[in-house]
Write a protein that binds this ligand. Structure first.
Ligand code: HEM
Ligand SMILES: *[C@@H]1O[C@H](CO)[C@@H](O)[C@H](O)[C@H]1NC(C)=O
Ligand SMILES: *[C@@H]1O[C@H](CO)[C@@H](O)[C@H](O)[C@H]1NC(C)=O
Ligand SMILES: *[C@@H]1O[C@H](CO)[C@@H](O)[C@H](O)[C@H]1NC(C)=O
Ligand SMILES: *[C@@H]1O[C@H](CO)[C@@H](O)[C@H](O)[C@H]1NC(C)=O
Ligand SMILES: *[C@@H]1O[C@H](CO)[C@@H](O)[C@H](O)[C@H]1NC(C)=O
Length: 373
């Protein structure tokens, strides 16, 4: 008994010592938080960057930002945009970044519009990042940090399923099938096939609508755990538009993405030689048109395939404040039921920034305070 408790105390201590500064605190018990938080260096979350002044198109695959292959331990994940920014040095090449670095990088490298960048980045950071150290992994954990000594049960990062990352991605499999983050060549073949059939060899908004519908139908028919509720309900349509908005050279600017360029971004995290970012700030406009091409209600398979069931509690395109309310009051609150001290302080700051990204008061959505004001 005594030996056992010494041993378990030792294992617990090793676990705490092994807690990477970028591992998420989301979902940890109060006891784990009491042990782990004091070992972390608290970085008060700084004010998010504003818009960039010069939003014209320009060379972004430049001498200061060469593509480099991965080194052992470098982390990549489900987002081809962030992967590419890391492989070109707009983000730290190891794949661990602060929200400020991410917002700056998506604006500089891809001309992402400021409020969208702020909203998406804090959404991801709140559920997948370490809000105390202010670090977020753009994938999972580094292969060099585990398993000996034991890695924390919860590592977080953008690979985490069902809080931000979700099902029916274009080039990544559903988590149910075992890998939700690496480029999948079979799925990309379908991306090319759809671009041939509906875009004369290019990916455009017409292809985006067809492929989005196809990926949803595939998940309904093959994934018994398929879930397509908010926030995934929104991000799936937005991300279908992103290749058209962000991966087409700003001088070309015709909304037609060729397949060589596409495979570079999706598979290799690589901009074409001489790539110019889009001209002017870009957001997710067009997502609603993709939705309208094949309208579907938010829902999920109930444990068997082909059992897609409407979820009336999920936000959809007609109830967008609910996206914010549910994300904060349900998703984030359930990951952090009773935060205290610097953790509570950091969460509240990040929630303020997230609300600012939504548009603040003028958005028409009242700010919510899951742990009181
Ligand atoms: C602003 C910070 C960003 C965050 C936190 C973020 C996060 C994510 C995450 C978690 C996913 C996976 C969702 C899923 O498919 O399950 C994703 C997918 C995607 N992201 Fe990002 N992203 C960001 C910015 C960007 C930018 C700037 C681009 C384009 C340059 C981009 C392009 C995409 C695309 C195309 C997908 C869909 C991949 C697919 O369906 O195969 N993202 N992003
Ligand atoms: C952007 O413009 C503002 C106002 O003209 C100026 O104060 C600021 O320094 C500029 N920022 C950069 C990064 O050039
Ligand atoms: C890629 O996706 C296909 C189709 O969903 C699946 O059959 C295959 O197992 C996946 N491949 C890998 C390596 O995950
Ligand atoms: C996509 O490409 C096809 C084939 O060229 C074309 O008919 C269609 O209008 C294009 N759609 C968009 C939105 O550019
Ligand atoms: C799941 O949905 C299917 C098809 O709609 C239905 O037949 C089945 O009874 C449902 N099962 C559960 C557990 O709700
Ligand atoms: C969110 O949760 C807070 C605290 O529990 C509560 O006061 C507020 O009414 C909730 N707001 C919504 C829109 O659910």
């Amino acid at each position: 008994m005594r030996t056992f408790s010494i041993l378990s105390a030792f294992i617990f201590a090793a676990r705490v010592l092994a807690f990477p500064s970028y591992a998420s605190l989301a979902g940890l018990s109060s006891r784990e938080l009491e042990e782990i938080v004091p070992t972390l260096q608290f970085k008060p979350p700084p004010t998010p960057p504003g818009p960039i002044n010069d939003t014209s198109t320009k060379l972004v695959n430049d001498a200061a930002h060469p593509w480099k292959p991965l080194r052992p331990g470098d982390i990549r994940g489900p987002c081809p945009g962030l992967n590419t920014l890391a492989s070109h040095g707009y983000l730290p090449r190891n794949g661990i970044a602060t929200p400020t670095q991410i917002i700056t990088a998506v604006q500089e490298g891809f001309n992402m519009e400021n409020s969208l960048a702020v909203f998406v980045t804090y959404a991801a950071h709140l559920v997948d990042g370490n809000v105390v150290t202010n670090e977020l992994s753009i994938g999972g954990k580094s292969p060099l940090t585990g398993p000996d000594p034991p890695a924390p049960a919860s590592v977080g990062g953008l690979n985490t399923h069902a809080v931000f990352e979700g099902d029916s991605s274009m080039t990544r499999g559903d988590a149910f099938f075992g890998n939700n983050h690496d480029f999948n060549a079979t799925l990309f073949k379908q991306f090319v096939d759809y671009s041939n059939r509906f875009g004369a060899g290019k990916y455009n908004l017409t292809v985006a609508a067809e492929l989005r519908h196809q990926r949803i139908q595939e998940s309904i028919a093959t994934n018994p755990t398929f879930s397509f509720v908010s926030p995934r309900f929104f991000t799936a349509f937005a991300e279908s538009v992103f290749p058209v908005r962000f991966f087409v050279d700003g001088r070309q600017d015709d909304g037609q993405l060729d397949m060589d360029t596409a495979v570079g971004f999706f598979r290799d995290s690589r901009m074409p030689n001489g790539f110019f970012r889009p001209n002017g700030p870009q957001g997710g406009s067009g997502a609603i048109d993709i939705f309208n091409a094949y309208p579907i209600k938010p829902g999920y398979n109930n444990g068997t395939v082909n059992s897609y069931t409407f979820d009336p509690t999920s936000a959809d395109f007609s109830t967008s404040c609910l996206l914010y309310y549910n994300f904060v009051n349900q998703t984030i609150k359930s990951l952090y039921p009773e935060p205290k001290g610097v953790l509570l302080q950091a969460l509240n700051k990040n929630l303020d920034y997230f609300y600012a990204g939504l548009g603040g008061e003028p958005s028409g959505c009242a700010q919510v305070f899951p742990w009181g004001t």
